[in-house]
Every structure is written in C-alpha cells, then in structure tokens.
Design a binder for this molecule. Structure first.
Ligand code: ATP
Length: 220
C-alpha cells in the first residue's frame, strides 16, 4: 500500500520533499497558506490545499491525523512552525518531522514532541565538507550526536586482507556492516571475507573511532 504523507510549507525544502515523495510513488497532501505556491503544486502532489496550519480546526477538517507522516517545512515563521507542530502532536499524528531554523528552534521542537528535527542547510553543509576534506569518505548518515554510518573507500593498505586480519572491530571499536563491490552488496560480511582496493565499506560506530580508522586508511 502507498504511504500517505502531508507536507506543510511549500518553499524550496518542502517543495523538494513533496516532489521526491511523489517520484517514489507515495501519496502526498501538500499544504501552504500561499495560494500561488499551492497552485504550483496542484499538478504535482496528490492533493494540494490552501490552509493556515496554525488553526486547529483547519487541520482537523483535513483529517491530518490519518496521515502516517507529516513534514513541517515552514521556514522563517518559527512561531507558525512551533504552533503547527503542537497542534499535530495534540491531534495524535503518528510521525512528525520538522525543519528547524536554528538550535533554539530545534530545542523547542524536541520538547514539544517532534519525532525528527532536520536542518537541511546545515546538514548538507557538513556532508559536503566531509566529502571535501576526505578522499576516502563517500557518504555518511548521522545516527545521533555520537554515532554515524559512513561509507569509506578501501585503500591499498587493506587490499587482499581479510576482516579477521584487519581486526577493525577490536582496533577501532567500529563494525563493517556491509561491503559494496561493483554492483554487489555483501551484507554482514564474514571474518574471512577479503577486502579489495576500491571496495566501499559501510562502517557503523562513534565519530572519533570512524575518524581514527579513516585517518589510518589515508596514510598510504
Ligand atoms: P526554504 O528555506 O525551504 O526555501 P522558504 O524560505 O521558501 O523555505 P518560508 O517561505 O519561510 O520558506 O516558508 C515555507 C512555506 O511555508 C511558505 O511557502 C509559506 O507560505 C508557508 N507557510 C508559512 N506559514 C504557514 C502557515 N501558517 N500555514 C501554512 N503554510 C505556511
């Protein structure tokens, strides 16, 4: 069954979330207070409505609590973003993701029960810099303030060695959860698996530990 999403606020961020969800075959209710923006999305989203989401009655009438996931992408108007989130929470929406403008905004959103808070500009900045400063890091996913999943490219130092020989878990306290080799993905590789130069290692662990591993790998 298709998952049902609602996206509130159709600026650049909310708009691209809406397009991508549709591209992935989901049902999307697109909401904005601005008529022009709603018109822009009337052909793209499954439904598009003009509404002020700081009005509880409006959200109730839209049946918002029946949507599995609501994304609040109201940017500059922090007050409207907070009020909308509170109402969604009170109406019992299962999953709420909110775009935060700054750290204070994020703190409040977490306090009032947002399930996920995103900072698209900041997160993208960190991601791009991570790629710029390291040749070995392909991508990363932040799991918490402490832990992440990182894709590292195996260099010559690892070439031909088994996971057992490299003993990465004991030496660095991180786990290799998968290896991408050409089109193939080896999930939960065995200790006897031999690494080849150019393999993409999907590593999970604490930042400092992954960093240590990455630095060691770069010393070639
Ligand atoms: P981005 O940074 O994602 O490009 P933006 O700067 O375009 O966003 P804003 O204009 O601050 O973002 O807000 C996003 C959208 O949220 C706007 O289209 C705005 O009309 C809408 N919006 C603001 N307040 C409300 C509200 N109370 N109810 C519904 N939509 C709202």
């Amino acid at each position: 069954m298709k998952k049902e999403f609602a996206v509130i606020g159709l600026g650049r961020f909310g708009g691209s979330i809406c397009r991508e969800l549709i591209a992935q075959g989901m049902e999307v209710l697109a909401i904005d207070i601005d008529e022009e923006r709603v018109n822009e999305y009337s052909e793209i989203a499954t439904y598009a409505v003009i509404a002020d989401t700081t009005d509880e009655a409006v959200l109730k009438n839209l049946g918002i609590r029946n949507f599995e996931h609501v994304i609040v992408a109201i940017g500059d108007n922090i007050q409207a973003s907070i009020l909308t989130t509170i109402i969604l929470k009170e109406l019992g929406v299962e999953r709420i993701t909110v775009k935060a403008q700054n750290d204070y905004h994020e703190k409040v959103l977490r306090k009032i029960g947002a399930d996920q808070v995103v900072h698209p500009e900041r997160d993208m900045g960190v991601r791009i810099v991570t790629n710029l400063v390291s040749n070995n890091v392909l991508d990363y996913l932040e799991l918490s303030n402490e832990y992440s999943i990182v894709e590292l490219i195996a260099g010559i130092k690892m070439d031909g060695k088994t996971l057992l020989e490299l003993d990465i878990r004991a030496k660095y306290g991180v786990n290799i959860v998968a290896i991408k080799r050409n089109e193939e993905i080896l999930v939960s590789p065995q200790a006897e698996e031999k690494i080849k130069k150019g393999d993409v290692l999907v590593v999970i662990g604490a930042y400092q530990d992954i960093n240590r591993l990455e630095k060691k790998m770069s010393e070639e």
